[in-house]
Write a protein that binds this ligand. Sequence first.
Ligand code: ZN
Length: 438
Amino acid sequence: MVDRRVNIWEPDAECMDREELELFQFERLQATLNRAYKNVAFYKRRFHDLGFDPEDFDDLEMLAELPFTTIHDLMDSYPYDMFAVPLKEVVRIQTSSVSARKPIVIGYTRSDLHIWRHLAARILVAGGVREDDVVQNSFAYGLFTGGLGLHYGAELIGASVIPTSTGRTHQQVRIMEDYRTTVLLSTPSYALVLADELEKQGRNAKRLNLRYALLAGEPWTEEMRAQIEERLKVVATDNYGLSEVMGPGVAGECLERAGMHVAEGHFIAEVVDPKSGERVPPGEVGELVLTTLTREAVPLIRYRTGDLTSLITEPCPCGRTLNRISRIAGRANDTVVVRGINVFPDQVSHLLQEIGGAEPPFMLVVSREQNRDVLTLIIEVTESLFSDKMSHQTALVEEIRNRFSLLIGLNPIVKLVERGTVGESGDEAKRVLDKRFS
Ligand SMILES: [Zn+2]
């Protein structure tokens, strides 16, 4: 019989009896609720208004009765209001980019970093990484959590990590061949960009040493997986993480590639109906809601991720007992994630109002062209905002683009269209069209 546990980083935690796991979750949740109540003014107010005393929390199911934490709550807490520890206990600060001006600031204590390393190691090992691997990490290093998060996990395993970060694709491809990279960590679209570059440079993927690719950070499809596996000659796994709750390592696929095991000893994953907020049964698609169980610096209770997925509770042949979530199927609200940055239509609306005094009908369109995400802002020409003079229009488009880039950190293509093209403006109007999912 094959010993599958060699592919499991922390067998005791990843293959724990479910009853034992729930007891674990309960104890950790109780401690988290107490800490949040004591140390975070936001939660103190929340619980107080609700008449909820964490001391009364005596059943895991009671979690479903607590209110959600939203991204807006986090934005309002800029920079440190959600921190449950004094800054002197914080040893790392990263951000989740919502807007360039006001990102969500995430802190880590020593213990948070220790756990993060191990959870990153878990998904790496689950995706095939061993200590003798050469890991090329093409996630962005810096304020984003992708680069550093996986970096330390791979080092912990003992793999040789090449911190290439993103960009300089021609160089990445040379490194990949010359340094005999065996594992690629990147976004799915960047894996395809690398495949294109390989072809362009006349290099043959078969001559590379690549075996595995661990991909995350944006929506992708099974078709893309097949394409990446074929073109790079790898086994590709999907993983999931978001900066607000930690970074990469929240969930990841094993080599069965049938859903991502959630690190349930550290996070409770609920899937809820995005409208009613009620839990939906396993197998049904809804919005992923995460509660942190071990985070010291920034504990989050019922954080609405905005990501659509479903819970898989059937046992996995790999031996892990941790429940899985299915591939992210899109966004629950009208935000859209482009290159790791959340874009809210409301932000765009305010920006256009600031410039023109009134909001013209607009639409954000995200598409994938040559494996890169392209954001287009389509605006209807209205009298208040645009004069007929071509020179004015050009200047205005330039101003919108500049301010958009300053506020959100992305450079959109700005297109002006005739009246009535985008459709009726108003609350019901759809302001986001994500073509990556169609
Ligand atoms: Zn599995």
